[in-house]
Design a protein around this ligand. Sequence first.
Ligand SMILES: CC(C)(COP(=O)(O)OP(=O)(O)OC[C@H]1O[C@@H](n2cnc3c(N)ncnc32)[C@H](O)[C@@H]1OP(=O)(O)O)[C@@H](O)C(=O)NCCC(=O)NCCS
Length: 175
Amino acid sequence: MEKMVIRNARKTDIDEIMNIEYDSFIDGISENRNVFLDRIATFQNGFLVLEVDSEILGYISSEIWEYSENIDEKRFDLNHDIKKVHKCNGSELYISSIGILKKHRKKGYGNLLFKELIEKISKNYKISSMILTVSVNWKPAIKLYEKNGFKEICRIKEFFEDEDSSDGIVMRKYI
Ligand SMILES: CC(C)(COP(=O)(O)OP(=O)(O)OC[C@H]1O[C@@H](n2cnc3c(N)ncnc32)[C@H](O)[C@@H]1OP(=O)(O)O)[C@@H](O)C(=O)NCCC(=O)NCCS
């Protein structure tokens, strides 16, 4: 029987994490290795990997922000520096990225990782809301977030540097 584990990411996981990143996002959208290493170093509890039989099949990363009713679009910039915005005592969880290896999608792993992160962070930090941004083109991700109670609050015009400069949907959930 396969052995599945969800655990905090470690620096030594970086090659497998970047492999998932490049499998999940095209050039211009995928984020940098050093950005991921900083995320692990700064907020290890907010960066989880899902392993099956010792192979990492997916990751999810996050940071904690001070809550702001008004959306500052710059905050969502890809490759932004987590050290400048992460506040352990903030009240909003920002889910910065999630990816599952293509060949292992639609098996429930994305949903498991998403739920585990939210449960773990809500239990251990004073979070009262969660926020994320997603391209209008990423239907599976939008479905996943809606299924977990996230609702669109606004759009950022031409946010993503993909071939059609897709708009970003900002979604939030209060808990
Ligand atoms: C989004 C992603 C992480 C989902 O991972 P996954 O393991 O395939 O998702 P799951 O199997 O757990 O499915 C969870 C829910 O997501 C939605 N979903 C997943 N794949 C879908 C698809 N191809 N079409 C429509 N909805 C889909 C469904 O609501 C599904 O729930 P259901 O099976 O009860 O209907 C994965 O598709 C992925 O890595 N995509 C590329 C990277 C990406 O877009 N990341 C989001 C950045 S904002």
